[in-house]
Write a protein that binds this ligand. Structure first.
Ligand SMILES: [Zn+2]
Length: 170
């Protein structure tokens, strides 16, 4: 899925808990891509500029990507690593770190939305992972359906929060 949609899906469940929780979940929802492809884009500003100008399109060819990107992608897109981290945070803070569910949701959403030819989701890494032949998230019909669903869920959540606040203040 694209990074903005990841942030929006990650944040929506926390929207009713206030701006800070929403912002944290929004960022954590995008974090797996920010800490992998984001790093690549920051270190290759020329590539990003050409892409934004429309002089190149599509994802960067696998052969041009540095090896650290693949390692970062494995680390940030593994449910095994995420579960370990979630458990450790739970032990340290003595309560479930709910907002980190946004990161786990990112991985779950990536599994069916990546084809096996370009960064299939290594959701069990470092264990052997049977890759899923997903529907590429770049397909226009998928983008349309995904953002329509997001719009519907955000409108529903907004109406719920407004009604709750009205009940509270009356
Ligand atoms: Zn991702």
């Amino acid at each position: 899925m694209d990074i903005l949609a990841h942030g929006l899906w990650g944040g929506v469940g926390f929207y009713s808990y206030g701006k800070k929780r929403f912002a944290a979940a929004f960022l954590l929802g995008m974090a797996p891509d920010l800490l992998s492809f984001g790093l690549f884009h920051v270190t290759r500003p020329g590539w990003l500029k050409l892409r934004l100008l429309g002089q190149i399109s599509g994802p960067p060819p696998l052969s041009t990507l540095p090896s650290y990107l693949f390692q970062a992608y494995n680390l940030t897109h593994s449910l095994a690593v995420w579960a370990l981290f979630f458990g450790l945070l739970w032990i340290v803070s003595r309560r479930p770190p709910w907002v980190w569910l946004a990161w786990g949701l990112h991985i779950v959403c990536d599994i069916p939305t990546h084809s096996s030819s370009y960064f299939p989701t290594p959701y069990l890494w470092p264990f052997p992972t049977p890759f899923v032949e997903g529907v590429p998230w770049t397909a226009p019909w998928f983008m349309m359906a995904n953002y329509t669903a997001l719009l519907a869920v955000y409108v529903g959540t907004f109406l719920y929060v407004r009604k709750r606040n009205l009940v509270k203040s009356s």
